[in-house]
Design a protein around this ligand. Structure first.
Ligand SMILES: C[S@@+](CC[C@H](N)C(=O)[O-])C[C@H]1O[C@@H](n2cnc3c(N)ncnc32)[C@H](O)[C@@H]1O
Length: 249
């Protein structure tokens, strides 16, 4: 690997586009169901979320609405977000709230289970994996300490079903340690795979590496990183030529 090329790309990326685009009028859109719920939640258990997360939630979570969905949120606090998940996903939703503070147990109710522990402790996650079925969604809104976020991701990403979504919230700052970890991890999504046996060209069939089999895409929003698992861990990469009219090259 050419380290100078890597460093040049990193530096160029971090310093370009600082002035953004010229001011343009916003494209109008209707509020999504989570934005409507949030704006209407003026009484009841408290919830604190960056408003723009509600857009990302709906983009990645809409496919689970009305299904039997298992969602674990790290960071319960006043319990309002647990209620939001139930109302958004519907009666098939099972919520697991994790918090270091024992008092959060008061938010336990039918279809909401509270687990008490430290997200930075791998032993705690081992116990959680033994008690909780495979998950569809993890939202990490706990301590916001990069090492804790990494420990939790290592423990729970393998416990997420195909098609599952893992969100890490409040990674603030350009030099945030979780961004560096996520940037390194997500590079694996571009690994140039090995040829399938019997295949002679990369376009005709590549075997994805382990990370590519599990994770289909990585998304970055302000302060928020999303890992979305692919629906089919057995997929292969190929680039078939379709159509029958080709330029002579
Ligand atoms: C930002 S609040 C959660 C807000 C809530 N998710 C919401 O949307 O309203 C963060 C919570 O994480 C909990 N927390 C802090 N450190 C933790 C740790 N190491 N493990 C688990 N929970 C932790 C705190 O007790 C607090 O209740």
């Amino acid at each position: 690997m050419d380290i100078n090329l890597y460093l040049r790309g990193l530096t160029m990326g971090m310093t370009s586009y600082r002035n953004g685009d010229a001011a343009a009028p916003a494209r109008e859109r209707k509020p999504n169901p989570l934005e409507t719920w949030f704006d209407g939640h003026v009484e009841g258990p408290g919830i604190i979320k960056w408003r723009h997360y509600l857009e990302a939630y709906h983009r990645h979570f809409a496919k689970f609405v009305g299904t039997e969905v298992h969602i674990l949120e790290i960071g319960v606090y006043a319990g309002g977000s647990l209620q939001m998940w139930k109302d958004y996903f519907g009666p098939g939703c099972r919520v697991y709230g994790v918090d270091i503070r024992e008092e959060c147990k008061v938010h336990e109710q039918e279809s909401i289970r509270i687990l008490t522990g430290d997200q930075g402790d791998p032993g705690f996650w081992q116990a959680v994996r033994e008690q909780v079925p495979e998950l569809d969604i993890v939202v990490d809104d706990g301590s916001h300490i990069p090492l804790h976020q990494i420990t939790s991701l290592h423990a729970l990403l393998p416990h997420l079903r195909p098609g599952g979504v893992y969100m890490v919230e409040d990674c603030n700052g350009v030099l945030n340690g979780f961004h560096d970890y996520a940037a390194g991890l997500s590079r694996n999504i571009h690994a140039w795979g090995q040829l399938k046996p019997g295949v002679h060209h990369e376009f005709d069939g590549q075997i994805p590496e382990a990370f590519q089999r599990a994770v289909g895409s990585v998304h970055v929003y302000p302060y928020l990183t999303v890992f979305e698992k692919h629906d089919d861990p057995s997929r292969e990469f190929s680039a078939p030529r379709m159509g029958n009219s080709w330029m002579p090259l």
